[in-house]
Write a protein that binds this ligand. Structure first.
Ligand code: TYD
Length: 244
């Protein structure tokens, strides 16, 4: 009865305050409702060791090389212990940030050498079997002007080392994401994050259905990020596209 599914690796990117989190939760729910095993995780983090490294990176002052090495060390541990095993089981991995964040924050934001980051990327993301490069199947880039993101963040909690950075820093990070997007348009989808949560959610689910990764939702407004989950009902009909 149950069809063998290929693992799916989706990462979510954007400057701080772009509003990824609610949508990652919603997507995890939707994949589960449609019978997929989901691993919802984040970077830096996702394992005990990587979460310890996250604490250091987010709260301790350090030079850019140390910062880059620590995020890649965290990534290696996360890949080996969580991401690769999940993909091998055929699960859906939803990862809040991955290597594009390193190119955007450490590379474009801090000005760290991009060629060195590429070398680290090759080492850290070598696949266990064929030695190819592990990359997300899809990266959703939540694109938003830093001024708008800053207004959203001002209402949120106490800032960490990155959130406390200037608008000019986030302009560079945004440009870094744009450069990654332009270099790999096949892997990326740009989401206009300067819209209501509901419209952003529609863009995301539409994209998933188009790829055949989620079934068409009869009530396409099924998950309303602003409405409590308990009050929502989702009905799915089988996808017509080629699924995994
Ligand atoms: P974030 O993902 O925004 O989590 P939260 O919503 O809990 O704040 O925070 C992670 C921070 O780490 C973010 O500011 C970007 C930064 N970061 C890097 O600088 N490099 C990286 O490679 C990654 C994965 C994250």
């Amino acid at each position: 009865m149950s069809q063998l599914k290929r693992g799916l690796f989706i990462s979510f990117e954007g400057i701080d305050g772009a509003g990824k989190s609610t949508h990652i939760d919603g997507l995890a729910d939707l994949f589960r409702q449609q019978g997929r095993q989901v691993v919802q995780t984040r970077e830096p983090g996702g394992t005990p060791l990587a979460e310890s490294l996250r604490e250091l990176v987010l709260h301790q002052a350090m030079d850019p090389l140390t910062e880059a090495l620590l995020v890649f060390a965290a990534r290696r541990d996360h890949l080996v212990h969580v991401i690769e095993p999940a993909l091998a089981r055929g699960d859906v991995v939803l990862c809040d940030r991955f290597t594009d964040a390193t190119f955007a924050y450490q590379g474009a934001g801090r000005g760290f050498d991009l060629a060195t980051l590429s070398t680290l990327e090759q080492w850290v993301q070598a696949k266990p079997n064929d030695g190819g490069l592990r990359q997300p199947d899809l990266t959703m880039w939540f694109d938003l002007a830093p001024e708008v993101a800053a207004q959203r963040l001002a209402l949120a909690r106490e800032a960490d080392r990155f959130e406390a950075e200037s608008l000019a820093f986030f302009e560079r990070v945004r440009a870094g994401y744009r450069a990654r997007f332009e270099a790999a348009t096949g892997r990326f989808v740009r989401i206009n994050a300067d819209q209501s949560k509901h419209l952003v959610w529609q863009q995301i689910t539409h994209n998933m259905v188009q790829r055949g990764w989620l079934a068409i939702m009869v009530n396409s407004a099924a998950f309303k990020p602003d409405v409590p989950k308990a009050a929502q009902a989702t009905q799915a009909v089988p996808a017509t596209g080629r699924g995994h």
